[in-house]
Design a protein around this ligand. Structure first.
Ligand code: BDR
Ligand code: CA
Length: 325
């Protein structure tokens, strides 16, 4: 079982990843860092609290991450993709106390969690890299002890989703991504060109909803409204798409599925200069013996989609219902 410290920005696929992780018995969540990204930081924390309420998992430390990027500008949020509050059309503010109780600062607990689990810890970052980069600046020796780091971000030899060349998690803070990409050891990257194939179709969403409806499971019932909203966005961009990609869920599933994923090792660089390539990830995919001197990382290329999606459906129906009633 993988002990996971998860950094997330609490939009729809992040929320799906947290729900999935809570009921996936190959994963043990030992901490969640909620930060700005798809939604503002305050809402990310509120969403994390709401999930605590729905899952009863108050034992997993909730750590407040970054409020803004290292690039210094005002963060851009994405309500058209993730909804005004990260749950699609659903607004959990009626269900959870808003306001001051969401304003607390405990980032130092990242240090405590890493010290506690040390070389048994897997860090997964599925949001902007600001908080993770901050760990590399404040606690370089501590963060070096972890077993491995997985991130969802970037796009290799493939268009971006925010600009023609940049993917959202990197574009949101390329300075932070640059720090992590330069200093992280044993890092695996799940880029957009791979995660965009992790599609949960509308038929699958309807099946998950039907099973949870029969079991009268409140947590399972938030999946369809969220995923339908997410799909509306993807359909508006690509009318032929049959569902929406679970970028962040795939990255979680990957940590215990080594043999079901194909990887390559390449030097990677993040474009940090302002201009049309800002936030682009450039992997050196030339078939040369001598490649660029950028830090080398493991990059996912392919994964076993049927295995992935069947396990996700199983966790979001059987596992969820059996363990959340
Ligand atoms: C990434 O950006 C966010 O919208 C998603 O949550 C995912 O982590 C995909 O580019
Ligand atoms: Ca995310």
């Amino acid at each position: 079982m993988k002990k996971v410290l998860l950094f997330a920005d609490f939009g729809i696929d992040d929320i799906m990843a947290v729900i999935y992780a809570n009921f996936e018995d190959n994963v043990e969540l030992v901490g969640i860092v909620a930060e700005y990204g798809n939604v503002e930081k305050k809402i990310a924390i509120r969403n994390a609290r709401y999930l605590q309420q729905l899952t009863g998992r108050y034992d997993v430390p909730l750590i407040v991450g970054a409020e803004r990027p290292l690039i210094g500008g005002t963060p851009i949020y994405y309500p058209e993709i993730h909804g005004p509050e990260g749950f699609g059309a659903y607004i959990p503010s009626q269900a959870v106390e808003d306001g001051n109780e969401n304003i607390f600062e405990n980032f130092h607990q990242v240090y405590d969690v890493i010290e506690k689990y040390n070389k048994d810890l897997t860090i997964i970052c599925v949001g902007r890299l600001t908080s993770l980069a901050t760990s590399f600046i404040l606690y370089p020796e501590t963060v070096d002890k972890v077993k491995e780091i997985f991130i969802m971000g970037g796009a290799f030899n493939f268009p971006g989703n925010v600009t023609p060349v940049a993917e959202a998690n990197i574009y949101g803070d390329p300075y932070a991504a640059n720090i992590v990409f330069n200093y992280a050891k044993n890092m695996t990257i799940f880029p957009l060109n791979v995660t965009q194939r992790a599609v949960l179709t509308s038929e699958m969403v309807n099946y998950i909803d039907e099973v949870n409806r029969k079991a009268n499971n409140a947590l399972g019932l938030i999946i369809k409204p969220m995923m339908d909203y997410y799909w509306q966005f993807y359909k508006s961009q690509n009318p032929a798409i049959s569902g929406s990609p679970l970028h962040d869920v795939l990255t979680l599933w990957a940590v215990f599925n080594e043999s079901n994923i194909t990887y390559t090792y390449k030097p990677v660089r993040v474009v940090t200069s302002f201009g049309s390539a800002f936030g682009q990830t450039i992997g050196d995919f030339r078939s040369f013996v001598q490649l660029s001197e950028d830090s080398v990382h493991r990059i996912a290329i392919e994964f076993d989609y049927p295995l992935f999606i069947n396990r996700v459906i199983e966790v979001l129906t059987t596992e969820l219902i059996n363990n959340n009633n």
